[in-house]
Design a protein around this ligand. Structure first.
Ligand code: GUN
Length: 286
């Protein structure tokens, strides 16, 4: 068996086209969806991420504002900026790029963002909404994974899904989303005793650890669907994910590549969330 690729670039292109069309429709009602991105300090990876986010907004017809602050910015000044953006009617989504400098309490800043503008889905209110099945913003990376499963017409009902990783940004929300679609969900992590015994039972595996070769071909049931959230470098400095892609391709039915898999979907879902925030603000969505 050679697994089919789930192409995150192609799916992103399709979904971003839909975002652009809906943004145009909103614009006709006098509302331009707006995203504010705040970057504090000069972390090189963060600089690349925010640049990509701002460019994706422009390409989809969304307004964006990039606020760059010196690493010495103090917490109260940042909280004041967040408050000003909460009050700004031209801004529908607010994203404070993480990590923040150590002298700033990232959780406090996240909780300062209005839940109505929390397009990252990191606010406790968003997490609570996801947990209880109420409307709210879903974190972009696991939301993108759900869209990838949807794109192959995968019905999760009664399936066994194994999530490797338990972060607040990916692993935990991923498990809740899979559960909401009626999968039986197992969350594995660094203290899991026999990871292979778990993954061999899985119809769907999501690897979100941030370590190469967490999942190898002998750990995958033939025909399983494998989603790779990892973003690592191999010995040659080439981008790779958390799973042994080449070998697992011979076992799985579907797999996401790295690059070109989950990565582009994260930004795509940020655009979707921002657009939906604007639609809610404009009263065209509940
Ligand atoms: N840092 C790395 N990924 C993310 C993300 O999705 N959102 C924010 N705010 N910071 C990040």
């Amino acid at each position: 068996m050679t697994a089919q690729l789930i192409d995150g670039n192609a799916l992103s292109q399709y979904l971003r086209g839909d975002v652009a069309a809906r943004a145009t429709a909103l614009q006709a009602r006098g509302v331009t969806p707006g995203l504010a991105v705040i970057l504090v300090g000069d972390n090189p990876a963060s600089q690349v991420y925010v640049r990509n986010k701002v460019k994706a907004c422009a390409d989809a017809g969304l307004h964006s504002v990039l606020e760059k602050h010196d690493a010495t910015l103090n917490e109260s000044a940042l909280l004041a900026r967040v408050q000003a953006l909460n009050d700004d009617p031209t801004i529908h989504g607010i994203l404070v790029q993480l990590p923040l400098p150590a002298h700033i309490d990232a959780q406090k800043v996240t909780e300062a963002i209005s839940p109505a503008k929390d397009v990252d889905g990191f606010h406790i209110a968003s997490a609570g909404a996801l947990m209880t099945g109420m409307p709210g913003f879903w974190p972009c990376t696991p939301y993108g994974c759900m869209k990838m499963l949807e794109s192959i017409g995968y019905d999760l009902r009664g399936k066994h899904a194994v999530v490797i990783g338990r972060s607040n940004i990916v692993g935990k929300p991923m498990a809740l989303m899979l559960l909401q679609k009626n999968a039986t969900v197992t969350v594995c992590h660094s203290a899991t005793r026999d990871l292979k015994a778990q993954t061999l039972q899985a119809d769907v595996i999501v690897a979100a650890v941030g370590k190469r070769n967490v999942l190898t071909a002998d750990m995958v049931k033939p025909g399983a669907v494998v989603l790779d959230v990892g973003m690592n470098r191999d010995d040659d400095g080439k981008l790779c994910g958390d799973v042994d892609f080449a070998a697992i391709r011979g076992v799985a039915s579907h797999i996401t590549p790295v690059p070109g898999g989950v990565g582009p979907m994260t930004i795509t879902m940020l655009l979707v969330n921002t657009l939906e925030a604007a639609e809610r603000a404009a009263g065209v969505r509940s």
